[in-house]
Design a protein around this ligand. Sequence first.
Ligand code: URA
Length: 247
Amino acid sequence: MKHALEWQLEMGADEAIGDTPIDRYAVAPEPKKKAVAPTIDEPQKIDAVAIASAAAEAATSLEALREAMEQFEHCGLKRGAKQLVFSDGQAKTRVMIVGEAPGRDEDLQGKPFVGRAGQLLDLMFSHIGLARTSPDPAHALYITNVLPWRPPQNRDPKPEEVAMMLPFLKRHIELVDPDVLVAMGNHACQALLGRQGITRMRGNWMESKGKPLLPMFHPAYLLRNPIAKREAWADLLEVKARLSHHD
Ligand code: URA
């Protein structure tokens, strides 16, 4: 200790500058953390659902909605897909069909339900006088999917992918404003009704986004299980009856 003081004197520290000694070994207060910009290793958590909601709500036309979806960069599926599959059919319609996600053919052509399942869908609805090509709103169809980009190897949609694209689907329904919705299969039911169980739910009118909604078997399921076409036929007649009761 004495040596230390002598050394300080030698260095010119020959007077005390404070009245009270300072204990330099006492615990120093935590320095305030500066806000640091996120780095690549530590990316900022992005609220993709909030971004999607804001973008979707700002769209005041179908064209603007399509553009907003084209610009949306937070869904990883976009990077694996060839293109956005937005919709097909007539926007002036009474019936809006919601499928799951594009497959290979849809990814190539940029339209929903253009492969084998789509051909069956067209055939089914033609039996009740509805077609995506009909310019007459009374006979028209409008078709879209929960996800606008093809999932790799046609895997099931992930809940986070559905959650971030759902605001766009909700806005899509508002802009088309159909009289009825038809949800094709479990994934469309999960997105629009928050639950699955198509075998029990099909054929029963439900409600989603303020619209009557009928769950139906997905046409791809019908291709694998043709026996279920009988139920699908009954469901088509349900749609027809609903439209004629609410002319
Ligand atoms: N299956 C779907 O759910 N949607 C399509 O567009 C094609 C197949």
